[in-house]
Design a protein around this ligand. Structure first.
Ligand SMILES: Cc1cc2nc3c(=O)[nH]c(=O)nc-3n(C[C@H](O)[C@H](O)[C@H](O)COP(=O)(O)OP(=O)(O)OC[C@H]3O[C@@H](n4cnc5c(N)ncnc54)[C@H](O)[C@@H]3O)c2cc1C
Length: 405
């Protein structure tokens, strides 16, 4: 690397000032924000700042991870295509980089980095998401292709995405983890039906998909046939890192334009608006949320550094993921408490109503990317050396495992 990190910082600072729009925190994400994100990603690409941590041969910058961190600091005052990180750039991309064939990497990574293609994850199923290896969607060989049948659910933004990484069962005669294969294919094609699910908070970002004799070629296999669990593990590892802010592939910073709740100052505003007789109580509520958030920053920094130095295994990302969910819940609770009676009716112009609405999705951070209970299981078994959870299906061919279908 001929350019020092300080030189890079100065170059990034000048380029951002000349090319990226300053963040207007009053602008909420709009339904067409994906198109805006693609356009902004195109600007980053032209400037040589897209996919900084990806290898050059796949369209990235080829920089060490610290350069992306510096770019994220410098880009904080600007509007960035932050949503493209989830799951395209920070989850699907790294998983394909680590497990895909050369051909697959050349096919997918440059188009992710340019913003041309958005990806999503088809993992969870109506029969359950925690027992991911127990999934029922099947892929069968036919005339050199694969034919996929089944259903996936809770796929974030599948209706807007172009491609999906989809885990399916290709062998029913081996134990559950051994009979899985990961595929990547275009979503909007014959054999795939995408239904948007309307949530209690009014969002329709979640989708359910149905596969009816969906035909995909052999080249859609990520990694090896039967090795899908290893690929899925990489997807989940990157998801945990991305969700908790520890991913080296994240470009940009979460800010008010991506979620008003990332802007904790709105909690402080709410606290300051409480009647004088409640001042002490409001400060306590706000203080708890602020302290938790501060602890999270330091925990993430410590764990990220220890993992980078190889002193902690990558599974330590599970601790970030768990604490992230705890903090998010605490903040959601604080927002609702401070909103008080103003939270009862939803007035979009009133931040109190927004926090009350936000409370409706309070549980999402403790489920997305694997539940908090599953994270606790990982920590207990892999860090604390506690005995493995009992499993009645261990070592048994999946065909013989009783299930609902
Ligand atoms: C914001 C968000 C985004 C998501 N995005 C996607 C996506 O893009 N793609 C996708 O495929 N999925 C996605 N999901 C789904 C998510 O992965 C699942 O919700 C999650 O894995 C849990 O699965 P489940 O909802 O089927 O719950 P279940 O697996 O049915 O579990 C129900 C409850 O039982 C608990 N439980 C289950 N097994 C155990 C156990 N062994 N020990 C202790 N407790 C247990 C769980 O913790 C949970 O509380 C998303 C979910 C959310 C909330």
């Amino acid at each position: 690397m001929t350019e020092s990190i300080d030189q890079f910082r100065l170059r990034a600072r000048a380029w951002l000032a000349a090319n990226m729009p300053l963040l207007d925190e009053a602008v909420a994400p709009s339904p067409d924000s994906w198109e805006r994100d693609r356009e902004l990603q195109g600007r980053l690409l032209d400037g040589g700042f897209a996919g900084l941590s990806y290898p050059v041969e796949y369209g990235g910058g080829g920089y060490p991870f610290e350069y992306q961190a510096v770019f994220n600091q410098e880009s904080a005052p600007y509007e960035m295509p932050y949503a493209l990180n989830f799951p395209t750039l920070a989850i699907c991309g790294p998983a394909i980089l680590e497990t895909g064939s050369e051909e697959l990497k050349r096919e997918h990574l440059p188009k992710m980095i340019s913003g041309e293609r958005l990806y999503c994850q088809f993992l969870s199923e109506p029969s359950g998401g925690s027992d991911l290896a127990g999934l029922l969607t099947r892929a069968d060989r036919r005339d050199g292709d694969w034919v996929i049948n089944g259903s996936k659910v809770w796929s974030s933004s599948a209706h807007k995405a172009d491609y999906a990484m989809c885990l399916a069962r290709t062998d029913w005669d081996v134990p559950k983890h051994e009979g899985l294969t990961m595929f990547v294919f275009p979503i909007h094609q014959r054999g795939v039906t995408v239904h948007q699910i309307e949530m209690v908070n009014g969002s329709s970002e979640f989708c359910q998909e149905f596969f009816d004799d969906l035909v995909v070629p052999e080249s859609a296999v990520v990694g090896e046939v039967g090795d899908g669990w290893r690929v899925a593990t990489r997807v989940l590892t990157h998801e945990r890192l991305a969700v908790s802010g520890g991913s080296p592939y994240i470009s940009g910073t979460r800010h008010a334009a991506s979620s008003p709740f990332a802007q904790r100052s709105t909690l402080a505003t709410l606290a300051s608006e409480c009647p004088a007789e409640n001042e002490g109580w409001a400060q306590d509520v706000l203080g708890r949320a602020e302290v938790a958030q501060l602890a999270q920053v330091h925990l993430n920094r410590y764990l990220t550094e220890e993992m980078a130095k190889g002193r902690l295994p990558e599974a330590a990302g599970t601790m970030m993921r768990l604490f992230h969910a705890e903090v998010a819940e605490l903040e959601a609770d604080a927002g609702l408490e401070l909103a008080g009676a103003r939270g009862v009716s939803h007035d979009a112009a009133d931040i109190a109503g927004e926090w009350a609405k936000h409370f409706l999705s309070r549980q999402s951070t403790s489920l997305g990317g694997g539940s908090s209970e599953m994270a606790r299981n990982v920590i207990a078994e892999r860090f604390l050396g506690m005995p493995r959870e009992a499993a009645a299906d261990r070592g048994i061919p999946f065909r013989e495992v009783p299930h609902g279908h």
